[in-house]
Design a protein around this ligand. Structure first.
Ligand code: UD1
Length: 419
């Protein structure tokens, strides 16, 4: 199994190019199930999770073929030959459940393994299922699988989410695009990845109103057609490298990054004393002075993203004064705390909040990655620590960060992967 070794202490300097968003690419790839025609996606990051999604689509009969030399443009097409999503793939990646809505809308049946819990929480899919039931699906849970049928097809429905769910909004958006009649999704997620999905569905012939708001109105169509869509830049990768520049006291240009998708993170960075300056096709992040401890609370978009919580906590570990990080989206997302503490951080987590008392330095240690964002927070801590940090279980990182060592090494970081 691979590990990453970071020798800290180098202020990062240079340019990091931001890849296409993983969390947009996953639902966008499943849009390939909504039509037999070709869907072309560009700006696709080369990530383990997207290869898992390709494997899943392949076993449904949908081919995913790279059409550009760099592998960042994918042609997705073919007829659905199988409506079952097996346990071995779904258990690897929870986002596999996003095939449920499209399969049901297209084929009137789907059998999808129930995703289990994961490192950060129980993560049920009840909102996905209730929404599909409201649209006419009959759902039974059997032997760890979701058996869904819609003998008369899906119909439009008025669905009010009791709380915001990114995945449920995506699944129902895709299903509603091919349902009979109008679906209204209220209290829908407003994440930029949802808007990207709306743009792609619209290019495929869907009729959707309310993009970027919490109410989406979808007028179902008889069929959708092929289209081409460029995936938006990854805002979480952007925020992560912004924290890397900040934690090392460096200056980095984040190329292809969009400030507008990251306002809550940028305002937190500024409050902590970091300079963020827009440039052409990206922005600069620089730290000249001591970091200030500040409080953040995770919330659905446009609030502070839960996927940036671990990275921000690593940053606050070396800030002046205390800070408080409150996690409101997932119930168990502080797995990085004991690992950061092993590196000399002074973090005390209690319930949904963690108090971070800033220390003047972190020191390298052997640490273990527990999930995607926790892993990268340990890389960030390692970049700022004295001595060597070895991060094991790096496969978590590869799920969501493309060429993390190369991107950081390109700015001077001493980082290598070892087997
Ligand atoms: C997506 C992101 C993930 C991010 C999360 C929150 C992808 C592939 N993943 O995950 O990186 O951390 O949004 O921004 O885009 N919930 C239920 N029942 C449901 C659905 C969700 O109780 O049916 C709960 C979850 O357990 C969680 C909360 O709602 O506590 C939010 O989850 P959700 O927004 O659905 O996250 P995902 O779509 O799984």
């Amino acid at each position: 199994m691979d590990s990453i070794i970071v020798t800290g202490g180098v202020p990062l300097s240079g340019t990091i190019t931001i890849s296409g968003a993983k969390n947009a690419a996953l639902p966008l790839m499943t849009c390939g199930l909504l039509t037999d025609e070709r869907l072309t996606l560009s700006n696709v990051a080369r990530l383990a999770d997207l290869r898992t999604m390709s494997d899943l689509l392949a076993q449904h009969g949908i081919d995913v073929t790279p059409t550009s030399e760099d592998g960042r443009t994918l042609a997705i097409g073919g007829a659905i030959t199988n409506t079952q999503a097996p346990y071995d793939i779904v258990s690897k990646m929870r986002a596999s459940v996003l095939v449920l809505g499209p399969l049901l809308a297209r084929c009137r049946e789907a059998r999808v393994s129930l995703p289990g819990g994961c490192g950060i929480g129980t993560r049920p899919v009840d909102l996905h299922l209730k929404g599909l039931e409201a649209m006419g699906a009959v759902i039974e849970l059997d032997a760890g699988y979701i058996n869904a049928t819609a003998p008369a097809g899906l119909h439009g429905a008025n669905i009010v989410f009791p709380f915001v769910s990114v995945g449920a909004t995506e699944n129902l958006l895709m299903a509603a695009s091919l349902a009979d009649g109008v679906t209204i999704l209220k209290n829908a997620a407003r994440e930029p990845e949802i808007s990207d999905l709306v743009l792609c569905l619209t290019a495929m012939g869907a009729k959707i109103e309310g993009i970027g708001t919490d109410t989406l109105t979808i007028e179902g169509q008889k069929s959708l057609h092929g289209a081409s869509h460029a995936i938006l830049p990854d805002r979480i990768e952007t925020g992560t490298y912004a924290c890397a520049a900040a934690i090392t006291g460096g200056k980095v240009f984040l190329e292809n990054a969009r400030t507008e998708d990251l306002e809550s993170v940028i305002s937190a960075l500024r409050e902590a004393g970091i300079l963020v300056t827009p440039g052409e096709n990206g922005f600069w992040v620089e730290r000249r002075n001591q970091l200030r401890g500040i409080d953040v609370m995770t919330e659905p978009y446009p609030g502070f993203p839960t996927d940036m919580q671990a990275q921000f906590m690593a940053l606050m570990a070396i800030a002046e004064g205390a800070s408080m990080v409150t996690e409101t989206i997932f119930e168990n997302r502080f797995m990085h705390v004991p690992e950061l503490n092993r590196m000399g951080a002074r973090i005390n987590a209690h319930g949904a909040s963690a108090i971070i008392r800033g220390v003047s330095k972190l020191s390298g240690a052997q640490v273990m990655a527990t999930d995607l964002r926790a892993s990268v927070s340990l890389v960030l801590a390692g970049l700022a620590a004295t001595g060597e940090t070895t991060i094991s279980r790096v496969y978590h990182l590869d799920r969501g960060y493309e060429s993390v060592e190369q991107k950081l090494a390109g700015c001077g970081a001493r980082i290598e992967r070892v087997n």
